[in-house]
Design a protein around this ligand. Structure first.
Ligand code: TYD
Length: 244
């Protein structure tokens, strides 16, 4: 019987270069490359609803968590589990860590409830080989560690944040997001909230990594894509979950 494939996730803040690195790693391993949200046809519709809804119709936090969970459940049942079962490695651009970081730390939903939701969404589908674990979580999670200010240079989420606040990003690790009190109304308040959200999510990744040292590995994401890719490949190759 073919040994099951290995399941590897790339995680990190928006603009950390994950998508490029996920592709390079998938090519290197000759693995199936995929992503969340949007790794399946149904997931593509969910992705559209999640990422492109007008601000007036944005999903409420728990709705958002459920939609990401629905995307994940479909992804695991129809893409990830069949590939692993066939002995193929799978590399995904984002996984459950994004739910904990964005919906948990970012939106403030309870982490234990999100973990239950993640487990529910990640259950081995009915009929799949019992060689697969009952809950299909990535065997390895690579956190691409990039300073917030560098990540933001790539995605520009915070472009409209004022100069004084923007300078805070330079020293993001030293800022307590809860101490930032977005004030005023309208655009200023929204920008303050966007900054607070970004700081919460960005900081949470280090915590998530430290909380699961057997699964997560932190890789320096600064430098050229080729340099970062060499580090990612080395980190995955030497990860205990990749042995045997
Ligand atoms: P995407 O365009 O794929 O961003 P990136 O290139 O940075 O990965 O959009 C994915 C967005 O969805 C990203 O902002 C993170 C968010 N997300 C969550 O909030 N929760 C989740 O569970 C997942 C998988 C993604």
């Amino acid at each position: 019987m073919t040994a099951r494939g290995r399941y590897i996730a790339l995680e990190g803040f928006d603009g950390s270069g994950k998508s490029t690195q996920a592709e390079l790693l998938a090519t290197h391993l000759d693995a199936a490359g995929t992503r969340e949200p949007g790794g399946t046809p149904l997931g593509a519709s969910l992705r559209e609803a999640l990422l492109h809804s007008s601000p007036d119709h944005a999903p409420a936090p728990r709705t958002e968590a459920l939609l990401f969970a629905a995307d994940r459940s479909q992804h695991i049942a129809t893409v990830v589990a069949p590939a692993l079962e066939a002995g193929r490695d799978v590399v995904t651009d984002r996984s459950y860590g994004s739910t904990l970081a964005y919906q948990g730390y970012g939106r403030g939903l309870a982490l234990d409830e999100l973990r239950s939701l993640i487990d529910y969404a990640s259950r081995r589908p009915a009929g799949a080989s019992t060689e697969l674990p009952e809950i299909i979580l990535p065997d390895v999670v690579v956190l691409l560690d990039v300073p917030l200010v560098d990540a933001d240079r790539r995605v520009h989420h915070l472009d409209r944040v004022g100069g004084e606040q923007m300078s805070l990003l330079e020293d993001a690790a030293a800022i307590d997001p809860d101490a930032l009190q977005p004030s005023g109304d309208g655009p200023d308040r929204l920008e303050g909230e966007a900054l607070q959200f970004a700081l919460r999510v960005w900081r949470s990744y280090a915590e998530l990594c430290d909380a699961e040292p057997d699964r997560w590995v932190r890789v320096d994401g600064t430098g050229s894509p080729a340099d970062v890719s060499a580090r990612v490949i080395e980190a995955v190759a030497t990860h205990p979950a990749m042995a045997d």
